[in-house]
Design a protein around this ligand. Structure first.
Ligand code: NAI
Length: 225
């Protein structure tokens, strides 16, 4: 029988978890589960089972159970998962407790779109500093936040900002990344189509919509000429 091993606000990893590598695929699915749990909680659902969880997520219920079991046993057979507890536990695991102060570098077309995107807030992300090198943009308000000169990156550590989004041309991305890291940033979401070289302690996630799109036609049925 599964035991719920963590109380609401004090998630304790399984004893041997420190020695076990959690697959990146599992980590990649946790935000999906988190979003689904937020929905269940908004609907005042107390318990949910893995089938309901998996529904519309494109994930097999067995995969959900296996993913969650890697962090400890959260469910009770026949009852399911306590939605609120699991939500808190997943937030703890993903270190998404509280506000995630984030800097944005590059306030062009993409930067502006990111500033307008409301979806960051549901995971606690808040863009609290934006930088650009264009004198025409510096000092101007964009979506309720003032654009700072790129030299202001130096202040990030003092401001407690450890995460940053890069939305500058590829030619400038590495230099920006270097400056961000020097300023204490340890997590970078890179939209520029360039590979960044960073120290081991820094995590970079690269997003490229064009590359995703480029995979899509491969899966389409062949058309008749
Ligand atoms: P953009 O030209 O509209 O904006 C770039 C902004 O970066 C401008 O405001 C510019 O002044 C600023 N900038 C340039 N060099 C800088 C520096 N050294 N320091 C600070 N600011 C600097 O370009 P757009 O369309 O917003 O694209 C931005 C980046 O995102 C590009 O690398 C582009 O290829 C990439 N991109 C990636 C997508 C993805 O799916 N990953 C989708 C769209 C764009």
């Amino acid at each position: 029988m599964f035991l719920i091993c963590a109380c609401e606000h004090n998630y304790k990893p399984k004893e041997d978890m420190r020695y076990r590598k959690i697959p990146d695929e599992t980590i990649g699915r946790l935000p999906l589960y988190l979003r689904k749990l937020q929905m269940f909680c908004e609907q005042n659902r107390r318990y949910v089972n893995s089938s309901e969880f998996a529904d519309n997520l494109g994930v097999n219920p067995a995969v959900v159970r296996r993913d969650l079991s890697l962090f400890g046993a959260f469910g009770t057979p026949g009852v399911g998962y306590n939605a609120k507890k699991l939500l808190d536990q997943l937030r703890n695991i993903l270190k998404l407790k509280g506000s995630q102060k984030t800097a944005l570098v590059g306030v062009g077309n993409l930067g502006l779109a990111l500033l307008s995107y409301s979806g960051f807030a549901s995971f606690g992300f808040e863009i609290v500093a934006v930088f650009d090198s264009d004198p025409k943009k510096i000092g101007k308000m964009k979506k309720n936040i003032m654009v700072e000169d790129i030299s202001g990156i130096k202040t990030l550590k003092k401001r407690g900002i450890r995460l940053a989004i890069i939305a500058v041309p590829a030619s400038d991305a590495q230099e920006i990344a270097d400056n961000l890291i020097e300023a204490g940033v340890v997590g970078i979401l890179n939209f520029a189509p360039s590979y960044l070289t960073v120290p081991n302690r820094v995590r970079v996630i690269r997003i490229d919509i064009a590359m995703d799109l480029a995979r899509l036609p491969y899966y389409l049925p062949a058309t008749r000429e």
